[in-house]
Design a protein around this ligand. Structure first.
Ligand code: GLY
Length: 340
């Protein structure tokens, strides 16, 4: 079966690799096959099924959990992709922050720890941190390494082409997978919008922090994702905007919260500022399913594109190759928005 994948971001590449492994003749169309324009390039790579589960869309949690279970083996297959299972410490600075965080911890069924208990696990945390919780199954991977490995697995099959209309690939494929992130809206009419995120990358002595830190400090949310080489990814704003401006307020809020929680980061060098756009849907859950007999959509992964890549790849490959949808996919159909 000839399968055209539209979009060479993490979702399109993961689907392409899976289809190729299952015997399909795969071509991925992307305007810049070796480029860094995708949301994956900005993303920190938190694999956080609990911390990123939306209260408002109950079907998302089982999907996030199922993909999280796939990640250890998936990362091993891909090679050295920065997979790290030290776990995540969710922390709160002030009494108000603790009150907000406790709701999250209860939802995730995590036991609350005192400030000194979280500092026992992560000594670089500020003495001002009042409370926290440890989530051992919330891990991290480096999305830039993941994409490099996925590109390698699809070597020679990623074609530099901007697909402006689905009919443009109609004659070249038996099945089409639309995985164009925010660009999926223009191709399909599906309601996918850009949700801006500003991020920073810092660099210092490796080992200042060992866990992913997901924190709230004076009402400012931040996550800190430490890599083995001393890089710390600091994220992220969440703004209903489509511009690419790095703003004083955005950077201030991220740095302020980061330094309030881990004062030692003040000595780190700022090595990168990035702005990206998460592809969001009206319920902020992905759109997975058939648009028509030939076309499958896998887009709108919002805050969870990296986490959901392995399960999305499997579900899409099942649908394309067998025509049978796993029940897990039902809730994510494009039909929920009156499409297809
Ligand atoms: N998953 C983290 C973010 O979207 O900022």
């Amino acid at each position: 079966m000839r399968v055209a994948i539209i979009g060479g971001g993490i979702i399109g590449l993961a689907a392409g690799r899976e289809l190729l492994l299952r015997g399909a003749d795969v071509t991925v169309f992307d305007p810049a096959p070796g480029g860094t324009g995708g949301a994956w390039h900005v993303a920190a790579g938190m694999l956080a099924p609990g911390g990123e589960s939306a209260f408002e869309f109950p079907y998302l949690e089982p999907l996030l959990a199922a993909s999280n279970e796939l990640w250890p083996a998936y990362a091993a297959e891909l090679g050295e992709v920065g997979y790290d299972d030290a776990g995540t410490l969710s922390v709160a600075l002030t009494a108000d922050d603790v009150a907000e965080a406790r709701r999250e911890w209860a939802h995730q069924k995590l036991a609350a720890l005192t400030g000194s208990q979280v500092r026992d696990r992560e000594p670089a945390l500020s003495p001002r941190v009042r409370a926290g919780a440890f989530a051992p199954t919330e891990r991290q991977v480096d999305p830039r390494k993941v994409v490099a490995a996925l590109r390698e697995s699809l070597s020679g099959r990623i074609v530099p082409r901007l697909v402006g209309e689905l009919s443009g690939v109609a004659d070249e494929a038996d099945a089409v997978v639309v995985a164009a992130g925010c660009g999926t809206a223009a191709l399909t009419g599906l309601p996918i919008r850009p949700v801006k995120g500003q991020m920073l990358r810092l660099r210092g002595e490796p080992g200042l922090i060992a866990h992913v830190i997901d924190g709230v400090a004076d009402g400012r949310h931040v996550y800190l994702v430490p890599r083995a080489d001393g890089e710390v990814v600091v994220g992220a704003t969440q703004e209903e905007r489509s511009d690419r401006a790095l703003t004083a307020g955005g950077v201030h809020d991220l740095l302020r919260a980061a330094l309030d929680l881990v004062p030692g980061l003040a000595e780190h060098e700022i090595t990168e500022f990035t702005v990206g756009h998460r592809p969001g849907t009206p319920d902020n859950a992905p759109i997975l399913g058939r648009l028509d007999d030939r076309t499958v959509v896998a887009a709108g992964h919002h805050r969870n594109g990296v986490l959901l890549a392995p399960i999305t790849a499997r579900l899409v490959a099942d649908l394309v190759l067998t025509g049978v949808a796993d029940p897990l996919i039902d809730a994510f159909t494009p039909r929920r928005f009156g499409c297809a």
